[in-house]
Design a protein around this ligand. Structure first.
Ligand SMILES: *Cc1c(COP(=O)(O)O)cnc(C)c1O
Ligand code: SF4
Length: 451
């Protein structure tokens, strides 16, 4: 059960010697086929809630593990618990027609293949690849399209190592959900670290490489090392910063404490830092409850002891964290634990967005109320931000200019560097939840909206 106390605060740094004698619990994956074996499911969920999981879990990726089930979710609150809503598919994620289509097939005892076909068809209706993720931003090397690499912003290359395209548990709101459900041709991946290395040699302006997924920290240390170590060679002196995007601190913090290869992971981090590069763990935390266990506190200490920094980011999502007090608590707790708040994102326009979407104006109001409550150390956070076609667009506010109400926006990142930090305006729309619903409020702003 989830702890509300601050026991995390007093947990000691675990030494290598202690680590050797205390091993992580065995990782038990739960999914559609076995989730009813979680004792709390039988104890606390209604038969209807179980059916809902069976129906909605056919369309959206569904996976959790014993750490999430036993230490994060408060099953007594079930559908009112943020971590339940973060990891367990619920009815509201599908519209009535889609829900009925799958529920009907299950009731009729349809074949696995029929159900799968229906689920695939529904997924295609839910825009599995927003913002042209697969088509755009893919660079070439020697005239050949590079798999698993996105290069959108001048300084930063995104890399998707193919063995890291899964997660220790899946978030219900995940915008990469299409990658996990085994649909042909949708996986963005790259087998060869060597090709990344070659590409980076041709790009002297690149300072940052960001490993992403899925969750790269699902990879074994020996595999991760194969990707990271080549970046330390002298040919890539211009690559100063290595970032690893991960939700492992939330979903399996043992990764950095007492998994079989935790020492090797921490050793690799130390090696990166000692080579003179900056290593940033970009930690995905959705809710302060994810920071309550002694294991996560220890994991944070162990990572920081290597010299790596931890920066935090999350989308703002309805039914999970659309509350200013929750964000303020989360940022304060992150700073206290030695982490640096970085981004509050707007949930992307994909999947169950109708269930998770927070209108832009409301997201801005929540951000503002939370930001006002925290000290400058937590105000390193920027948001709310949409990662969309023109770049990373921050909603700075709603303002009346003359007679017209507008959204004041700015690009924190843009494909064209000259657009960064340039304010621009969109017509006010109280219901808008994403950039593609906005239109320019003046002539000067129009350039930001051109595809
Ligand atoms: C967010 C993002 C980055 C990193 O941007 P920073 O503002 O440097 O954190 C890089 N590439 C893509 C495609 C991104 O979406
Ligand atoms: S951790 Fe990230 S990639 Fe993995 S399921 Fe959650 S949102 Fe998706």
């Amino acid at each position: 059960m989830q702890s509300t106390s601050n026991q995390a605060m007093v947990s000691p740094v675990i030494t290598t010697k202690q680590r050797a004698t205390s091993t992580a619990p065995k990782y038990i994956p739960y999914h559609l086929g076995n989730f009813k074996q979680i004792p709390a499911v039988r104890q606390y969920l209604s038969p209807q809630q179980i059916v809902d999981i069976e129906v909605v879990g056919r369309v959206f990726p569904f996976r959790l593990n014993n750490y999430v089930a036993e230490q994060l979710i408060d099953w007594r609150k079930a559908a009112d618990d943020p971590i339940f809503n973060l990891t367990i598919p619920v009815r509201g994620m599908l519209n009535e027609a889609h829900y009925e289509r799958i529920a009907g097939l299950l009731r009729a005892g349809a074949s696995e293949q029929e159900i799968k076909q229906a689920a695939d068809a529904i997924r295609l209706e839910l825009d599995p690849h927003p913002a042209g993720q697969l088509q755009h931003n893919r660079p070439c090397l020697n005239g050949e399209l590079l798999e698993g690499v996105q290069h959108k912003y001048r300084e930063t290359v995104l890399f998707f190592p193919s063995p890291g395209q899964t997660c220790h548990a899946y978030c219900t709101y995940c915008f990469r959900w299409a990658q996990f459900v085994g649909m042909h041709g949708l996986k963005i991946a790259m087998k060869e670290a060597d090709r990344l290395w070659q590409y980076l040699q041709t790009q002297p302006q690149v300072t940052d490489v960001l490993f992403t997924g899925g969750d790269p920290m699902t990879m074994r240390a020996t595999v991760l090392r194969r990707y990271v170590e080549p970046l330390l060679r002298s040919e890539l002196g211009h690559v100063q910063n290595i970032r690893i995007g991960t939700k492992s601190l939330s979903y399996w913090p043992y990764r950095f404490v007492n998994d079989a290869d935790s020492d090797e992971v921490l050793q690799l981090f130390r090696k990166v830092v000692q080579s003179g590069k900056h290593l940033a763990v970009m930690a995905h935390f959705t809710h302060p409850h994810e920071m309550n266990t002694p294991t996560v506190a220890r994991a944070i200490e162990n990572i920081r002891a290597t010299g790596a920094e931890i920066r935090t980011q999350s989308p703002i999502v309805a039914n999970i964290n659309d509350d200013a007090e929750v964000w303020a608590r989360m940022w304060r707790e992150q700073v206290r634990l030695g982490m640096i708040p970085y981004y509050m994102f707007i949930a992307r326009n994909t999947g169950a967005q109708h269930h998770f979407a927070v209108p832009l104006e409301r997201a801005w109001r929540i951000f503002k109320r939370a930001y006002r409550q925290v000290s400058g150390l937590a105000r390193s956070v920027r948001g709310p931000v949409m990662s969309c076609h023109p770049g990373k667009v921050q909603v700075l506010g709603v303002k009346k200019v003359g007679d017209e109400k507008v959204f004041v926006l700015r690009a924190l990142q843009a494909r064209q560097p000259e657009r960064v930090h340039q304010p621009f305006f969109a017509r006010y729309d109280p219901e808008a939840v994403w950039f593609d619903q906005l239109s320019p409020a003046d002539e000067e702003s129009a350039a930001f909206f051109q595809q």
